[in-house]
Design a protein around this ligand. Structure first.
Ligand SMILES: [Zn+2]
Length: 423
């Protein structure tokens, strides 16, 4: 009888502690709440469960039972956002061997990469194209805390034209049929259908390949893929479902048509000329430059990793990397942070900051691209990208001042995502 009573008491204690909010009190020497503003001095940030509940100057006493994190003289800032990653893959894979791997393997690889990406300071990522349900499974895994990783905004498989970048290419036709992901489309009606299919499958955003791409076996260069009518249909259908569209695009005319069609962001944007950028500016289209992608490709060139088809396309791009971004900035096109991690090793994402600065952004603009600007493109500006009461508790700590030296972001000392401390 007595024993039973103890068990009941223990069960009761467990239940009540589960219901009680978890409080974390963070002390930091410097706090950047919004990259548009100057850093604050020593401050106390209080987190209750997954939310920031207060930010106060000085050292506020912690309530009883709270977990205390003392970051000393480090700078606390909003968690970083990478708008273009491919968590389910690692660089340099041979396309023939990848073809025989089951989709499920991508989830295993993705679990590893989600952890690496989070520990590199990225508390939110946009998954820019992956096989079937793999990114959606990872998204649920990090949301429920079953695996360690960032918040994932996932596209799922990209929409592509038949035989274009994003479709399976480089095999016999009967092999293509077996490997087909089911998201190619021809004509406005079928493209609208595939947007709705992606939405039904669980996409948070629609990814399309608006032009040729560098790392696929399709050999027709980097020009426009979809017709104007197809892109207009994709944008209109996605927007009617409350989804944004991200378009992989290198060639200028493909960029211009995608922006004119109302697509929300141009990924890479390598050869964007004045005419294309003017349409982007007029339509409010974001550019996500992914300069790290080219860094990764450059490191692998001439080593027998890429096929001759791919090497030829690589050589078309390398001299132009970063030039379009500089023109975009001059015209006032919003620039948002994305890397194409997976084309290079996951975890090196933050080196993109140094490349953005090298090509003309100020450190403050570079940091804004990965916080406030990225949050706006995701329509999540009241959730992430700043530190304020009510926002998600997504934050990182670094040594030094990232607003004067962005390379401080390449060594992140502490990470919290949705109130959970990484590591
Ligand atoms: Zn990509």
């Amino acid at each position: 009888m007595r024993k039973l009573g103890l068990v009941a008491a223990a069960t009761c204690a467990l239940m009540s502690s589960a219901a009680i909010a978890k409080t974390t009190v963070i002390y930091a020497g410097h706090v950047i709440t919004d990259v548009a503003e100057a850093a604050q001095g020593p401050s106390t940030v209080i987190v209750t469960d997954d939310r920031i509940t207060s930010i106060a100057p000085g050292r506020v006493d912690a309530p009883a039972g709270a977990e205390i994190v003392d970051l000393g003289d480090k700078t606390l800032l909003p968690g970083l956002i990478d708008l273009h990653v491919h968590l389910t893959g690692d660089p340099g894979g041979d396309y023939r061997s990848e073809a025989v791997e089951p989709d499920e393997w991508g989830v295993v690889v993705g679990e590893k990469n989600a952890r690496i990406t989070l520990r590199a300071g990225f508390t939110t990522v946009r998954e820019a194209g992956s096989a079937q349900y793999t990114a959606f499974a990872l998204r649920r895994g990090t949301a429920e805390g079953l695996i360690e990783g960032p918040r994932i905004v996932a596209a799922g498989p990209a929409l592509a034209i038949i035989g274009g970048h994003g479709d399976v290419t480089g095999f016999r036709e009967d092999i293509h049929a077996v490997l087909d992901q089911g998201y190619t489309c021809t004509g406005a009606v079928e493209c609208a259908e595939k947007v709705r299919k992606a939405s039904r499958a669980g996409a948070d955003v629609i990814k399309i390949t608006a032009t040729g791409g560098v790392l696929s076996q399709q050999g027709r260069g980097l020009g426009a893929h979809f017709s104007n009518a197809e892109m207009e249909s994709i944008a209109e259908t996605a927007h009617s479902l409350g989804l944004k569209v991200m378009a992989h695009a290198h060639g200028a005319r493909g960029i211009e048509s995608a922006a004119a069609a109302g697509i929300d962001s141009i990924e890479h944007g390598t050869f964007a000329d004045e005419a294309a950028l003017k349409v982007m500016k007029a339509k409010g289209t974001y550019m996500v430059p992914t300069l790290m992608a080219f860094e990764g490709i450059r490191e692998r060139l001439g080593k027998g990793i890429y096929t001759p088809t791919v090497e030829a396309k690589v050589r078309m791009t390398l001299n132009d990397v970063g030039k379009a971004m500089a023109r975009a900035k001059a015209l006032g096109v919003p620039i948002a942070f994305g890397t194409d991690a997976g084309v290079f090793e996951h975890g090196r994402n933050a080196h993109e900051f140094a490349l953005l600065v090298e090509h003309g952004l100020t450190p403050r603009e570079a940091l804004a691209s990965a916080t406030t600007v990225a949050a706006r493109l995701l329509s999540m500006e009241n959730e992430i990208g700043r530190l304020a009461p009510g926002m998600s508790a997504d934050m990182i700590a670094v040594s030094g001042d990232p607003l004067s030296d962005v390379t401080t972001l390449e060594k992140v000392d502490w990470v919290m995502t949705r109130g959970r401390i990484a590591g």
